[in-house]
Design a binder for this molecule. Sequence first.
Ligand SMILES: [Zn+2]
Length: 222
Amino acid sequence: MDRYQRQIMLLGAENQKTLSKSTISIVGLGGLGGIASQILARSGINLKLFDPDRVEIHNLHRQILYTEKDIGKKKADIALKTLSEINPEIKIESCSKRITSRNSHLLDGSDLVLDCTDNMESKFLLNDICLEKGIPLVFGAVGENFGMVALIKKGGPCLRCFLPKLDRTTGILGATVGIVGSLQAELAVRYLTGEDLSGYLFHYNNLEIKKIKIKKRCGECE
Ligand SMILES: [Zn+2]
């Protein structure tokens, strides 16, 4: 029986081959990255993983890649081990460096980047790096019981066009993180298999998802 049998029933064998040849960089292996990386690994996509942090006790309520025995260990190392056990057929690289403008070449060769970071500074940095490199970016953010997901591409509206520069630490529910991380994985798979949903913001709030058209307006992404 093929590992991807039920997925091929929906996507077709050609699209499965495309997924198997694709590489996604996941920046941030916390709540969003933890769920998205598992879905994407299981679906047969090669991964590059980035996170500079170590597992802490207060991560465990929402970061489903980790257990208590991982506390103090590097997230990138644990993620590599767990995801390799989930799907040994894909290629996975992991790196415990923080992505900056100086080492952004680490993202080269990716077909898509997933922004699973937890702060605005990193989000705007990834937006700028990916637009410059021409790599599509799936942005994701979550706070309290709402979240947002969007596919950002060169030529279309960017993060600065719809996201105000707010930075505050909020409470977060594990279930909301799971929904938003899953939406990021779905946007990524849809993009790689030919469905381009750039130009829309998917806004999740209190069990409802709204698809909102976004326009270029920041003046920087012409
Ligand atoms: Zn813009």
